[in-house]
Design a protein around this ligand. Sequence first.
Ligand SMILES: NC(=O)c1ccc[n+]([C@@H]2O[C@H](COP(=O)([O-])OP(=O)(O)OC[C@H]3O[C@@H](n4cnc5c(N)ncnc54)[C@H](OP(=O)(O)O)[C@@H]3O)[C@@H](O)[C@H]2O)c1
Length: 298
Amino acid sequence: MAEIKNTAKTFKLNTGDSIPAIGLGTWQSRPGEVEKAVEAALRAGYRHIDTAFAYGNEKEVGEGIRASGVPREEIFLTTKLDNPWHKRSAEALDLSLANLGTSYVDLYLMHWPSSTDPSDLKKHYPDWDFVDTWREMQKLVGTGKVKNIGVSNFGIKNLERLLNDPSCKIVPAVNQIELHPSNPSPKLVAYCASKGIHASGYSPLGSSDSPLYRNETIASIAKAKNRSVQQVLLLWGIKKGWSVLPKSVNPDRVKANFDLDGWDLTDEEMAKIDAIPDRFKVCGDGWLPVKVFFGDDE
Ligand SMILES: NC(=O)c1ccc[n+]([C@@H]2O[C@H](COP(=O)([O-])OP(=O)(O)OC[C@H]3O[C@@H](n4cnc5c(N)ncnc54)[C@H](OP(=O)(O)O)[C@@H]3O)[C@@H](O)[C@H]2O)c1
């Protein structure tokens, strides 16, 4: 029987491009450590890196890519438009490209549906919102600087508004959202699928100090398979149909998180994880000047 190659899996986007199922996350990965993590990831076989202008590490992510020796065109690179830059997306993209030291990104995401006033981060622009931002982001396609555009942290309500606006000519290729067994968001994932939007799962391990690492159901499945809890969480996400973006700055963990070939989760194991009742969210909207979650993202 052919070996199961979970790490080679990709998902087709509505543009025809493919997004690798596993990407290295880089939130809270500081300059000075993120270069090594990116390099270790690419050397281990990852071909997808997720960063953002707001993470303050694009420059070092670019350095890690170059240090790996992996050709740029083999890598699916994502970065994100920061909230205070919504009125200046073309300029923000140029800044990100200069930071990363590349001429294009594979995916440019609107990080949050919040058009924050840069002169006062507690304020939302009165005359501009994410629909206006998307109208401008659509112009970036065709410049050669972005292969795909998408959104992040959009629930159903905001997606409906965006897709129903006459200015929306391009359906987002991706909605990057929080996805793990304690925030599996079945309605939002199904909604995205119905519109041809790929759901990409952030905080797939439950983020820093994850309560999922203490979950008995996941621990017992991991033990029975001689695998780590993290590996089980990642394979569960991929098998649910979304790409996963595990973050680590520890090169051994980066490698271990990619050790997903040659084994599988049974339907029964998937069902047991699906049935975990505990709920938590890593990312809320309390820090934003506008509410973006309406309970339709869970
Ligand atoms: N679009 C958005 O708004 C948004 C929001 C949140 C996240 N994201 C993206 O999604 C990525 C992942 O989410 P996340 O960073 O919140 O968390 P995560 O990937 O769910 O979890 C990361 C945490 O798990 C630890 N870890 C990783 N592998 C491990 C292993 N094998 N054993 C033990 N601990 C391990 C990491 O510590 P070490 O680093 O010390 O290993 C870190 O504390 C982000 O980095 C970012 O790229 C996007």
